[in-house]
Design a protein around this ligand. Structure first.
Ligand code: PLP
Length: 378
């Protein structure tokens, strides 16, 4: 099988099975207990946190959650809101942020959505025009899950703090972590979300980085774990393996190789489908994603044709498995005939040039077959 949907999830590193055995079967103690074996586990968690902070160059705390979605919810609902405050988001935030914003809006909080360009990158002028000193929270994704477009978070944080010094700046880094070098101190973010299953860790482990000195309210209450921020017995194996996966991904990350592979896919695609719209600006995006939209075509049909050939690719959210969403294609400036034809190719460190050649050849066959069916020739 050739797997080209690594932005949806990645294969877990097989060695993590040993970590699971170590912490779920052999040393299964509850880290909150008082005996030495439990304290050892608690120390292992502390070390995992420190390792993550060291790799991502952050100064503060990592709060473990059960998903990127939960970490995003923690940021959106945990940041203190004051009377008549405003929240700023980009118009293409992942639904883990967007749906929280909708909920807050229904409770009377003012939310404004910043425009993005055709590649999913925040329009700086529009961002500046929406900033005001009553902004309590900004949430702008570091890299877009649809297009791979990377926002200049460092600059957006600086602009925010000039106009609204008390505003909390959150960035959803779920797609960015493991795909590009991250320096949280340099970015200047107050809160930053990431998720282990996007970099070969386990599914069901999310992280919220909280900069030193930043205070947020918990959204889950109970036994007071995670310094009272997120009650629940810790997913020890998940936590330890997240630090392991993060260290390994950054040791192996080959941005140049990914860039070359994505460039070759793009080149072939433009030749095959001259009227397709490329949604990824390769110079300003993650090196592992190519998003494009084919007019008057159902992306999901191509997904199934390729699946029959043993190749897995992704679609855009407008044709997601859940339900039709047109928010993102509209924000990207696509016209209606492109909405259903959004395709996302996302590679990992282990994707090979040979696999991509097979994909390109089968994609051509499937596309031509589909066009033949549409034209009534097949
Ligand atoms: N944010 C972004 C940008 C994502 O791409 C995703 C998942 O695709 C999430 C949040 C949600 O993360 P999780 O799957 O860990 O809940």
């Amino acid at each position: 099988m050739i797997y080209l949907d690594n932005s949806a999830t990645t294969a877990m590193y097989p060695e993590i099975l040993d970590i699971i055995k170590k912490y779920a079967v052999d040393n299964y103690y509850n880290p909150s207990a008082l005996y030495t074996k439990a304290l050892d586990i608690s120390n292992d968690i502390k070390q995992a946190k420190q390792k993550i902070l060291d790799i991502l160059k952050g100064s503060g705390n990592i709060c473990f959650t059960a998903s990127g979605t939960e970490a995003d919810n923690m940021a959106m609902f945990g940041v203190k809101k004051f009377k008549d405050c405003k929240i700023l988001l980009s118009s293409i935030e992942h639904s883990a942020i967007y749906q929280c914003a909708k909920r807050l809006e229904s409770q009377g909080v003012q939310v404004e959505y910043v425009k993005v360009d055709n590649y999913g990158i925040v329009d700086e002028e529009d961002f500046k025009s929406k900033l005001s000193n009553n902004v309590s929270l900004v949430s702008i994704m570091h890299a877009c899950n649809e297009t791979g477009g990377v926002n200049d978070i460092e600059n957006l944080v600086k602009l925010t703090k000039k106009v609204a010094p008390k505003a909390i700046f959150h960035s959803d880094g779920v797609q960015a972590v493991g795909k590009m070098p991250i320096n949280l101190n340099k970015l200047g973010v107050d809160l930053y979300t990431f998720s282990a299953h996007k970099f070969h860790g386990m599914k069901g482990v999310g992280c919220l980085y909280i900069k030193k000195g930043v205070n947020i309210n918990p959204i889950i209450f109970g036994g007071g774990q995670e310094n009272g921020l997120r009650s629940a017995t810790e997913n020890v194996a998940g936590i330890i393996s997240t630090a392991y996966a993060l260290e390994k991904i950054y040791k192996n990350l080959d941005i140049q190789k990914n860039t070359n592979i994505i460039a070759s896919i793009k080149e072939n695609l433009v030749k095959l489908i001259p009227n397709c719209k490329i949604n990824t600006d390769t110079g300003r995006s993650l090196s592992n994603i190519l998003s494009f939209a084919i007019p008057n075509t159902r992306g999901e049909v191509l997904v199934h044709l390729l699946e029959d050939k043993g190749i897995i690719i992704g679609t855009g959210s407008a044709c997601s498995a859940q339900k039709a969403h047109t928010r993102v294609p509209i924000a990207l400036g696509l016209s209606k005939e492109y909405f259903d034809g959004m395709i996302r190719i996302s590679i990992s460190n282990s994707t090979t040039v040979e696999e991509v050649q097979v994909f390109l050849s089968e994609f051509k066959n499937s596309f031509e077959y589909l066009n033949g069916v549409i034209a009534g020739k097949i």
